[in-house]
Design a protein around this ligand. Structure first.
Ligand code: NAP
Length: 490
């Protein structure tokens, strides 16, 4: 089915650099494909070293004027951007669904979610207060003021093509920073459309520059930014191995870093939980975006007293999920992003079965729909050493483990290098505080499966990285504090 947009000019095949929409140096391009069918949707610039340098040159040149633009004016531009994103929610939702594969309703939902960050940071832009510090000696005045960090490099993954980039660009622009960004190879189209709307909202030339690149050239682009001392901050969302590499490689230029990395979220259902609420929470958090989210429960621990009842309720809902392409309004689970993703899911299921897990529902590919589809699956009798318990599956597989003891399950939940999200369900108020404080993660859902909100700090600890996006803390990531001291006033 052809991709039809109300505004066909939002399907872009050029990169915005210094206010011009350009091809890559040398004219290279790569295909953007529909994960549902493999059909080519567009061919976009395959940027490299020359384009990466041009983007930094532009962002660096634009920085002095943008940082000097009054915060209120920057806020107004961001508000217009928010309004334009929402006005084009349907077109942007279609772009997301087509290049990423999530059902259209989820695509539209992601647009609203992305816009919420733009609106939030438009408001925060005007509240980047500093402090007047009581001076310890006479005749002095002391202030701490916040300043934009400078040129920001933003690198984003494919699973939320609008939200991941919006929640980096919005606080950066709000703070007075300028941006160079590289979206994921699989999903560059949504970010290009967002950049076009930013331009229409009044973001000046050079303030927001995008370089799309194929997987083969991603490192070439990013390496330029890592080595360039004019890039003062790197904000990255993606896998932990790439995050580690970026942290090491940015050491020479000592960049400020925000790393939103992988997760391995536990989801614990205690014996006193409201089971229906727990199943509903798990359905939302596990199966949104086909299980391809960093905060997806990856290990589900259910108390032995309620295990069988919980699994029965869960399987009834999982088996009823409609799998199909985003173009079918009935679809609730779309295709996985690519063949590698399906191979990983299959490997995890195979490994679990070989080590004693059982399939309660699902468990196989759906070749009749296409190459990238996998059945929503529940595995039981999952144990700690299985691959599906050790790494993110990033697919619609819910691995369930039975437990009997609170302290032991909390220790097992924490027994991972990762620390992004955790969830638990209980009605015991004392246990709520005990477990919430013991869980090692940046986000904790207590009787709640949908955590993220623009007003809340999002980010991890341990191998899930550092830095926070959203909330009032999100703006701080793009600012540094300067201390001003005036003497001789007595
Ligand atoms: P990824 O492979 O780490 O890629 C993320 C981004 O980094 C992409 O733009 C990618 O480009 C680029 N990249 C890859 N290798 C690079 C290199 N050597 N040098 C410079 N850039 C490089 O991650 P992904 O598979 O796209 O995304 C899934 C991961 O993201 C999962 O682990 C998930 O948990 C994590 N995630 C975390 C959060 C969070 O907030 N903590 C949110 C969403 C996702 P290409 O696309 O061209 O490879």
């Amino acid at each position: 089915m052809p991709l039809t947009l109300r505004r066909s000019d939002l399907l872009l095949s050029a990169n915005p650099i210094a206010g011009q929409w350009c091809g890559a140096a040398g004219g290279r391009r790569f295909d953007v494909t529909d994960p549902a069918s493999g059909a080519v949707i567009a061919r976009v610039p395959d940027g490299g070293l020359v384009d990466a340098i041009a983007a930094v040159d532009a962002a660096h040149a634009a920085f002095p004027a943008w940082r000097a633009t009054p915060a209120k004016q920057r806020a107004q531009i961001l508000k217009r951007w928010n309004d334009l994103i929402l006005a084009h929610q349907d077109d942007l939702g279609r772009l997301i669904s087509r290049e990423q594969g999530k059902p259209l309703a989820e695509g539209r939902g992601e647009v609203a979610y992305a816009a919420s960050y733009v609106e939030w940071f438009a408001e925060e832009a005007t509240r980047a207060y500093g402090d007047v510090i009581p001076a310890p000696v006479a005749g002095r005045r002391m202030l701490a003021v916040r300043e934009p960090v400078g040129v920001i490099a933003a690198i984003t993954p494919w699973n939320f093509p609008a939200a991941m980039i919006a929640r980096k660009i919005a606080p950066a622009l709000a703070a007075g920073c300028t941006v160079v960004a590289k979206p994921a190879e699989d999903t560059p189209l949504t970010s290009l459309a967002l950049a076009r709307l930013a331009e229409e909202a009044g973001v000046p030339a050079g303030v927001l520059n995008l370089v799309t690149a194929s997987r083969e050239r991603a490192a070439e682009v990013v390496d330029v930014w890592l080595a360039d001392a004019r890039v003062r901050k790197l904000t990255f969302t993606g896998s932990t191995p790439v995050g580690r590499h970026l942290a090491r490689a940015s050491a020479d230029t000592l960049k400020k870093l925000s790393l939103e990395l992988g997760g391995n979220a536990p989801f614990i259902v205690f014996e006193d939980a409201d089971l229906d609420a727990a199943v509903a929470g798990l359905m939302v958090s596990k199966f949104r975006n086909g299980g391809q989210t960093c905060v997806c429960p990856n290990r589900i621990y259910v108390h032995e007293a309620v295990h069988d009842a919980f699994v029965d309720k869960l399987c009834a809902q999982v088996a009823a999920l409609q799998v199909g392409p985003a173009s079918d309004p009935a679809s609730q689970i779309g295709p996985m992003i690519n063949a590698r993703a399906v191979e990983k899911i299959e490997r995890h299921v195979r490994d679990a079965l070989a080590r004693g897990a059982r399939i309660a529902t699902g468990g196989a590919r759906l070749p009749q729909l296409g190459g990238n589809y996998f059945q929503p699956t529940v595995l039981t009798d999952v144990t700690a050493g299985m691959e599906c318990a050790c790494e993110e599956t990033f697919g619609p597989v819910a691995p369930v483990t039975r437990f009997s003891d609170e302290a032991a399950v909390v220790a097992e939940a924490n027994g991972t290098p990762y620390g992004l999200a955790s969830y638990f369900y209980t009605r015991d108020a004392r246990r709520i505080w005990r477990v919430a404080e013991a869980l090692e993660s940046g986000l904790v859902g207590i009787n709640e499966g949908a955590l993220a909100a623009e007003a809340a700090p999002f980010g991890g600890i341990k191998a899930s990285g550092y830095g926070r996006e959203g909330s009032r803390y999100g703006l701080e990531e793009y600012m540094h504090i300067k201390y001003l001291c005036q003497g001789g006033l007595d």
